[in-house]
Each structure stands twice: as structure tokens, then as C-alpha cells.
Design a binder for this molecule. Structure first.
Ligand code: SF4
Ligand code: SF4
Ligand code: SF4
Length: 266
């Protein structure tokens, strides 16, 4: 079935862009928008609460459904209480696991150093909490003023952009990953396809199968090159002590192999 991009975009524009996966779509708001466009119930966005369920019902000309319940109390705008995460910094061991878990890149820190959350950027999605090995991330109520509808749209646009940037970075890092993998298996194909059809989001590219393969080949080649050089050195050493016809021929074969391999990977 071909994707209805204009409709997906309209639906996605109403979703909070928290990317929490509480709607049952692990990879966030866009996969849920796509599923809604294909007929899935439009009342499952928990951070959006009743207002978002109602806006979606209106957009789709469907009957209004009761929004799925949040564990948090309802705010005056009808959405669930907003939350923010904070790190108990004195307990943080700097493992960096929370960084790749955060869909909107709200956490800063580097290996073995204390990490901090930019509370202004944090959506309270909770995705950083399970990966933390020392359980030093708490949730607190967000007491900042509730955004007006126009501010909410701006906020959502910013979060969407941050999430796409996060996906782009994670996708690049996956090919030469050094560091923890948390939620690294985002299905980037849909985001790439979507970003090619709409104007206002960063372009997501899926790494082709050749790219990881190239990394794998390079690693194999490096080992092969090292092995050849060691064998050549060993033979040269032996031949410098005593000439041997068989070893000389073997050396020539290895040198040719080395030249060929170096040429192929130049
Ligand atoms: S914000 Fe709503 S639509 Fe987006 S991932 Fe969370 S529950 Fe799903
Ligand atoms: S810091 Fe944690 S709770 Fe806040 S947005 Fe990032 S992952 Fe979500
Ligand atoms: S996951 Fe926990 S311990 Fe690791 S860097 Fe983040 S806050 Fe610190």
C-alpha cells in the first residue's frame, strides 16, 4: 500500500513529538501517524491526552474516542501532567548510555564524566531511565507555564527536528560504533522516505547494506594486510641469513598478494 504522505504529515503535526513510544510505536510519533493513516485508532497518544485524540478525530472525521489514560494527573489544558528528568549528578558514573537513549538529545556528557540534562529540552519521555545502570535519573513535575497552542506547535517542530537529527547521528554512529547501543535500532527507512517527501525536516539517509559491509571488509582487510606483512618480514629475515629458493618464491607470492590487496583498498 502506498503511503499517504500529506495525511501522515497532517497527523504527525498534531502529535506531541515526545517520541516516547507509549502509543505502542517504539520509534515514535511518525510510525504512529503512519499507522493512524492506515486505520489504527487515534486515541493512543498518552502525552497528547484527550486534546490530541479529539484533534485527530476531527482531522480524520472519525468519532471521538476517550484517550488512553496516563499515570499522571490531568493538567488544566486536558493533557497529562508534563514531567522532566533530572540526573542525580553525584551518583552518575558517566557510562553515556542515557545519551543514545534520549530521542531529542537533551543530555550532555562524555565517557566517565558526569552527565547533565538540559531541562528545557527534556520532554519527560522516560526513555533514559531504564538504561541507566545506577538508577540515578529521577522524574519531577514540569512546573513551567503550559504552552499556548501556537507555542505547542513551535515546540513540536523543534522536537521533531531534534529527533531526526538524533536518528541521523545514530545511523552514522552505528556503522562504526564505539560505545553503548541503546535504542539504536530505529527503523530509519520510514523516516528517510518521509523526509524525502516533506520540506521542513532534516533529510534522513539510510545507510546502504554496502556501508556496514565496507567497514567489515576494512576490518578483515586490515587483519589480512597485517598477517601478510608479518609473513613477509619473517621470510625476509630468514632469507637475509640464508638464501632458499622455495622461500624466495613464497616471498614473491606474498609480496604480489600484498600489492594487490593494497591496490584494492587504496
Ligand atoms: S508522543 Fe504520542 S504519538 Fe509520539 S511516541 Fe509518544 S505516545 Fe506515540
Ligand atoms: S532526558 Fe530522558 S526523559 Fe528527558 S527527553 Fe531525554 S530521554 Fe526523555
Ligand atoms: S545512564 Fe546513568 S550513569 Fe550512565 S551517564 Fe547516564 S545518568 Fe550517568
Amino acid at each position: 500500500m502506498s503511503l499517504n504522505f500529506p495525511l501522515i504529515q497532517q497527523i504527525d503535526a498534531l502529535l506531541p513529538q515526545t517520541q516516547c513510544g507509549l502509543c505502542g510505536h517504539r520509534d515514535g510519533c511518525l510510525p504512529y501517524a503512519k499507522a493512524i493513516s492506515e486505520g489504527e485508532a487515534a486515541n493512543k497518544c498518552i502525552p497528547g491526552g484527550q486534546p490530541v485524540a479529539d484533534q485527530l478525530a476531527t482531522l480524520l472525521s472519525r468519532p471521538k474516542l476517550q484517550a488512553e489514560e496516563s499515570i499522571w494527573p490531568t493538567q488544566s489544558d486536558g493533557r497529562p501532567q508534563r514531567m522532566k528528568a533530572i540526573i542525580r549528578e553525584e551518583e552518575c558514573i558517566g557510562c553515556t548510555k542515557c545519551i543514545s537513549a534520549c530521542p531529542v538529545d537533551a543530555i550532555v556528557g562524555s565517557g566517565k564524566l558526569m552527565h547533565t540534562i538540559f531541562t528545557d529540552l527534556c520532554t519527560g519521555c522516560e526513555l533514559c531511565i531504564p538504561p541507566c545502570p545506577v538508577d540515578c535519573i529521577d522524574l519531577i513535575e514540569d512546573t513551567s507555564p503550559i504552552p499556548q497552542p501556537k507555542e505547542q506547535v513551535v515546540l513540536q517542530e523543534d522536537l521533531r527536528t531534534r529527533y531526526y537529527s538524533h536518528i541521523i547521528r545514530e545511523e552514522k554512529r552505528n556503522t562504526a560504533r564505539r560505545g553503548p547501543i541503546v535504542r539504536a535500532e530505529i527503523d530509519t527507512a520510514l523516516f528517510a522516505e518521509f523526509s524525502n517527501h516533506v520540506q521542513n525536516v532534516p533529510k534522513v539517509e539510510v545507510y546502504t547494506e554496502n556501508q556496514p559491509l565496507k567497514t567489515e571488509t576494512s576490518a578483515k582487510t586490515t587483519i589480512q594486510l597485517a598477517r601478510l606483512r608479518t609473513q613477509i618480514k619473517k621470510l625476509e629475515k630468514q632469507l637475509s641469513v640464508r638464501e632458499d629458493e622455495k622461500k624466495r618464491a613464497q616471498l614473491q607470492v606474498l609480496e604480489a598478494e600484498l600489492t594487490e590487496l593494497q591496490g584494492a583498498n587504496a
